[in-house]
Ligand binder design. Sequence first.
Ligand SMILES: NC(=O)c1ccc[n+]([C@@H]2O[C@H](COP(=O)([O-])OP(=O)(O)OC[C@H]3O[C@@H](n4cnc5c(N)ncnc54)[C@H](OP(=O)(O)O)[C@@H]3O)[C@@H](O)[C@H]2O)c1
Length: 385
Amino acid sequence: MSRFLPTEPPPTAKPAAARRRPVPPCTGTPHPAVKHHLDRAGASESYDPDAGHMRRRGERAGVEYIKLGATGLDVSPICLGGMSYGESDRGNHTWTLDEETSRPLIRQAIEVGINFFDTANVYSAGSGEEILGRALADFARRDEIVLATKVHGRMRPGPNGGGLSRKAILAEIDNSLRRLGTDYVDLYQIHRWDGRMPVEETMEALHDVVKAGKALHIGASSMYAWQFAKAQYTAERHGWTPFVTMQNHLNLLYREEEREMLPLCADQGVGVIPWSPLARGRLARGWGESSARSETDEFGKTLYGEADRPIVEEVGRIADARGVTRAQVALAWIVGHPDVTAPIVGATKPGHIEDAVAALTLNLTEEEIRRLEQPYTPRPVAGFA
Ligand SMILES: NC(=O)c1ccc[n+]([C@@H]2O[C@H](COP(=O)([O-])OP(=O)(O)OC[C@H]3O[C@@H](n4cnc5c(N)ncnc54)[C@H](OP(=O)(O)O)[C@@H]3O)[C@@H](O)[C@H]2O)c1
């Protein structure tokens, strides 16, 4: 039984101090807000990072389901990322798998019990949504799956071709639903913050999408914690729909989110669904090894660097000692993270889904977690652009 998937009723939460694993403080004088969090991380009493993460037993072998944040949605503790699937000559990702190669992977995910799928309007210029939508229609029951997509990225040149204006949001939800072949998504996420837009315009438009029945819930993705808090209090002040999830960048090589965003989400019962949990493959292979994706993944090249090497090597040592893959070790760390609901994994081979499911039952020891986390040093904030 995975510690991620306890039996009902949900277990009594461990004391926050025992579960929180703060990132090392930045050198120099931290921002007062950072210092506040780091100080209280070891000594909080009222703060309950598990608030909203009600877990329940699912019906399928292999995967049990948990609640997505404070919503009623049952999701697998692994979400399958749709960015890997798309026509490689559309959009920015030349490494994506075509439809014929993608479909067996999506089907495999469904068959092992994964019911949570993430994509975005921009992935392969819309073809990511088309491929995922057709596969889900053929292999899954719509009522069982939880389908998430995103809006913000530029879909065409010229005015009103991207961003989070009312005009863009109302056009893009309809475009996504058409490509996905469904009349609603379970989760509609803003892919980034749009600093050119009054937050009131964005939050009211998202609320109207929900009220129109085109999305059941809304979520957000990488941004500063103050921006997320501003959006939430704007929604609350106006009686609009708040965000229920945060899709942010978190893995053993990038833990800056542990300073502000994760404590905020835990305190507010917001589900956390990190992207690139394997650091786009870097945590799943030896240092210096590459793949077709890593050589052409321009965004990925901006996120990681030489300081990552000792962490990657430690993942390898622990994987070798246990006789499991590096991916299983790195994913076990994130599915066991006290603030994480479900990482969004990218799978380009059948073994990747097998590893992701195996990670759910790989319980790292406290000593192994310490060894994986100890080499981390503060990183520049990355991935918000
Ligand atoms: N909100 C955002 O801004 C944002 C940003 C990025 C991603 N996302 C979401 O997050 C999802 C996942 O992102 P990601 O693909 O970067 O995640 P990831 O899980 O960190 O990386 C996936 C890559 O890792 C390698 N890999 C995966 N499992 C492996 C295994 N078991 N053994 C060896 N290698 C393995 C593969 O690399 P190779 O293909 O090179 O072999 C695969 O393409 C996306 O599909 C998307 O839905 C969102």
